[in-house]
Design a protein around this ligand. Sequence first.
Ligand code: PHE
Length: 452
Amino acid sequence: MADTTQNNSFSSNLGAILAAVGSAVGLGNIWRFPYICGKYGGGAFLLVYLAFIFILGMTMMMAEFIIGRHTQMTPSKAFPLMAPKHPGWRYVGHFGILTTIITLSLYWVISGWTTNYFVDACSGAMSQLGTDAASVIAHFNAFVGSVWSPILFLSVFGVVSMIVIMGGVQKGIEGVSKVLMPVLLVLLLVLCGYSLTLPEAAKGVSYLLVPDFSKLNAEAILAALGQALFSLSVGIGMMIVYGGYMPKNDNIIKTTFWITASDCLIAVLAGIAIFPAVFSSGMEPAEGAGLVFKVLPVVFNAMGGIGQYVAIAFFLLLVVAALTSAISLLEYICVWLSEILHCSRKLSATLCTIATIGIAIVLSLSNGVWSDVTLFGNSLFSIADLLSGTYMFPLCALGIAIFFGWVMPIDDIHDELTNHGIITVPHFKAFMFLLRYIAPLALIVVLITGIF
Ligand code: PHE
């Protein structure tokens, strides 16, 4: 791998798990999950999402770790190398990079919002909005529609991520994830505890946990699939890069299980924290991409004096969760570019950051001054979110699943999964069956029915 730092692997198995959890747990769990779940009707969506996470997402993650640890390359290079007669496989890798570029640009925008909310919580500006939902919503709309503030915050966030990436894998990525992921969990639990005491808590909890299948359609199922992959950071080949940093003696199955379980837990907890608050503040679950930013300030302000501190802690941790995910996205593009240009890690990190911040600025402006530029009636921002989160992740995952199941030598897969015979894997055949037949078939069916 074209990595020019000395510290190009995680120091321990726990470090590898936490770095991958850092990538998986992010805005996808706390910002995107509640809003998509609210858009598609709650409980039934949650069930389908969980099924996809544990059946498809987990197996795909194992596949990506196996490819990565075996080849130590990005898919664009690893795939043509493993299939020399079919160099066209590299396009699956390139498609993953394209998806990552769009995802990261979008990620910069939301991370910028998060950073702004953190600053507002610290300065007391958030407390001044009070508990009136209408004024909190108006504030959010005015902020995202403005020109300079969102651009300033997303750029600062992007540059900080770039600096972490330049610090290398062990000091940079692993160091940050190790400390802050556990703190995030504790804070989310506190928030859930508070939300559950709110007057309409029961309504919110049953909205999330009691499935209403009449709200489920093909579009919702595709959205659940896209969200499951997005949330686990799988399907685009990014975990292939992290697989390359994994210690050789790491148990891929156990690691994958813990990452999946933590990711899922955080999403469900985010739902438990948000939906009671949505109903208690008289808002609609289908409020859209701003849901969390509209609901949470109302909750914090209603807590009284302590609310400001809870808000500061919460938005700080959301910034951190966003940071550990953003750096994994940036790392992926950065390694890919340095493989192609044979350039230093620093140069490629700089180029990738500038390019994606450029796209992010366009997406941010499409929420305000450029909102009349639309595609099929959607703003560029919504198109980017829909494209990457719903369509591109499953499409790219299909390519990776087919490559893994049908092209990669099965002995290599077995060696990597069993650590060269040290671990026994009793369900190896079932695992291969899932990846060869079930995963591609499910991806094709869900994609086709969801699109048409
Ligand atoms: N999984 C991250 C989240 O939930 C987003 C992400 C997707 C990060 C793909 C890396 C790769 O926010």
